[in-house]
Design a protein around this ligand. Structure first.
Ligand code: HEM
Length: 557
């Protein structure tokens, strides 16, 4: 049924008279085609010769790691300024390069872990991070969003046409892990456009458009799920868990660096003259702004693990009444324009200037969704926002203020609303609910598939013990030991002499003690205090992921 325009108009007139503008993707460095990926492939090199010392180490990175000479080479680097970086793509390339250098330096391969990052990496890394508005630690943006090229530049951005720029291990498995995730992000453009379209549909009370937007979100999710399934084909769980994952780790909730990491030349010692340790969670696809954006758009809420507030059965009348209480005119927030712009044609609400940001805050300050942000949030999801680039993070924050699809659908289906509202497109209600539930179902499928992946790539591997299949030899030690995981865990400040001089690190300085599996696991497998598996951000892994899945299902109408 076509929208009833006269009623539409009267609804708008009942408020400010103007349909309010919807977020504009480009204002948040989001591309309508490539989503959170940059619209053109990331730089493959910093071409300014000033930065050639960094790029030259990257050129021979795997040789240096294998020879145990990465730290020695990094310690010889000059301390470069970041002023010669001229564009955001250059800053992104610098961030990727410095992240790979830093994590290679800290975690090493056959050496003890380092708890001090030398000034030549720490200082520029912190400066570059400030510009990109992210924590100075390897993250999803670096290894997935800014770490790809097209094999055939004229062919489309597709998993069959993608290659990585840098990896820690020079393995196909690591490259595939990033590329599958890059391909998933590339589907994001479609999903994000559909989200904006859905919000516009709610604003315009256009159910037909809303169904079509939800169908597009659902279709994007289906493609994401199919792509996720391809992880198994070329990323070996053993390689991932024992070879790749240790490099991605950060230094918060990390057993191998319990105090964190010293960023030399960045932080002054504390009042007692002791070095300051910084703690950040490392890289994880959990930092994908795309999945968070879809959650937010569908009003899927996540709570601290063990807090079951979000897991109620279907729609509770409380949820609906609560919404109505906030919107006493029985209206969903979408229809309420609490600000007016000079032009109704303005589609975008530009957030670049401070004034405009302030206006946005003012505009949405009374939004029901703003009040909801007071509710307890999932701490991991909150924490990893520091690893999401500033503009993308702001998109999530602003989206949360305006996302109202679910509330709108609820007001169309179950509420004792006045006839004026209920009369609109009443026969479309079922289709609206179905289109919304279909999206939830695909999100549930994503989380179920992801649980299978985590089980195969982490849980099973952690029980398997390191190095069983690592060495071709048959000696007792080569059968079940990977020397990387049997070394002493940290060279602490107390017994380090001069960490910035050439250490020529190699395994001769470290004890490669034969250990039983339990001991190996205790070195690499981070566990929570109750002994269950721990995720990157210190999450109680499986309960956390299962609750995320259950909170998705719980939103079914
Ligand atoms: C080998 C493949 C993968 C493994 C082993 C893996 C592992 C994990 C782990 C351990 C977590 C818990 C949080 C953390 O510790 O960071 C997590 C969360 C998450 N991962 Fe993955 N992941 C994989 C692939 C992916 C891919 C390709 C995506 C797609 C974007 C993804 C998206 C997410 C999301 C969105 C979360 C947050 C929890 C949720 O929203 O349900 N993961 N993942």
């Amino acid at each position: 049924m076509a929208p009833n325009h006269s009623k539409e108009e009267s609804l708008h007139n009942k408020t400010s008279g103007f349909p309010y503008p919807i977020l504009c993707l480009e204002d948040y460095e989001i591309n309508p085609e490539t989503g959170f990926l940059p619209s053109t492939p990331p730089l493959t090199r910093l071409t300014d010769p000033y930065y050639s010392p960094w790029e030259q180490i990257i050129d021979i990175y795997h040789d240096l790691i294998l020879a145990g000479r990465l730290r020695e080479s990094i310690n010889k680097l000059p301390i470069l300024e970041t002023d010669n970086l001229k564009s955001i793509p250059e800053y992104r390339r610098a961030f990727l390069v410095l992240s790979i250098l830093a994590h290679g330096y800290v975690w090493g391969k056959y050496e003890a872990v380092e708890d001090l990052l030398p000034t030549c990496i720490a200082k520029p890394w912190v400066k570059v991070s400030e510009v990109l508005e992210i924590a100075p630690v390897c993250n999803h943006a670096a290894v997935v969003l800014w770490n790809w090229r097209l094999i055939f530049p004229d062919a489309p951005l597709d998993l069959n046409n993608l290659a990585t720029l840098i990896t820690f291990t020079n393995t196909e498995d690591e490259a595939w892990f990033y590329l599958v995730t890059t391909a998933i992000e590339s589907i994001g453009g479609r999903a994000l456009i559909a989200i904006i379209s859905a919000l516009e549909a709610v604003r315009d009370r256009d159910n037909f458009k809303l169904i079509s937007a939800l169908t597009a979100i659902c279709s994007a999710m289906k493609d994401i799920n199919q792509t996720l399934q391809r992880m198994f084909s070329k990323c070996d769980p053993y390689i991932f868990y024992w070879k790749v994952r240790p490099y991605l780790a950060g230094w918060e909730n990390e057993d191998r660096l319990p105090k964190g990491l010293i960023y030399e030349g960045v932080d002054q010692p504390d009042e007692n003259g002791n070095p300051v340790y910084r703690q950040y969670v490392g890289g994880s696809a959990g930092q994908s702004a795309l999945i968070q954006a879809i959650d937010i758009a569908l009003n899927i809420e996540h709570y601290p693990t063990g807090v079951k507030t979000g897991i109620t059965n279907k729609v509770s009348s409380f949820e609906v009444k609560e919404h109505l209480r906030e919107e006493p005119n029985g209206y969903c927030y979408a229809a309420r324009s609490i600000h007016s712009l000079s032009s109704t044609n303005s589609q975008c609400y530009h957030l670049r200037s401070q004034n405009q940001q302030l206006e946005f805050e003012k505009t949405y300050s009374n939004a029901p969704n703003n009040k909801k942000s007071q509710q307890p949030q999932q701490p991991y999801l909150h924490k990893i926002r520091q690893n999401i680039p500033g503009p993308h993070r702001r998109f999530l924050e602003d989206l949360a203020k305006v996302a109202n699809i679910r509330q709108y659908i609820l007001t169309r289906t179950k509420l004792p609303l006045d006839d004026e509202i209920r009369g609109l497109d009443a026969d479309k209600d079922d289709s609206l609910v179905k289109a919304y539930n279909d999206c939830l179902n695909e999100m549930k499928n994503f989380r179920n598939k992801h649980l299978q992946i985590v089980s195969a790539y982490i849980v099973i591997q952690s029980h398997r013990g390191g190095g069983q299949f690592h060495a071709a030899g048959t000696t007792e030690s080569s059968l079940h030991k990977d020397p990387y995981f049997t070394r002493q865990s940290v060279t602490t400040m107390t017994h380090k002499t001069n960490t910035t001089t050439n250490t020529n690190d190699n395994s001769t300085n470290n004890t490669l003690t034969p250990l039983n599996h339990q001991t190996i696991e205790s070195k690499i497998t981070s566990k929570t205090t109750n002994g269950s598996l721990k995720g990157t951000g210190g999450t109680n892994l499986m309960p956390f992921l299962k609750q995320m899945r259950d909170e998705t299902i719980a939103k079914e109408i």
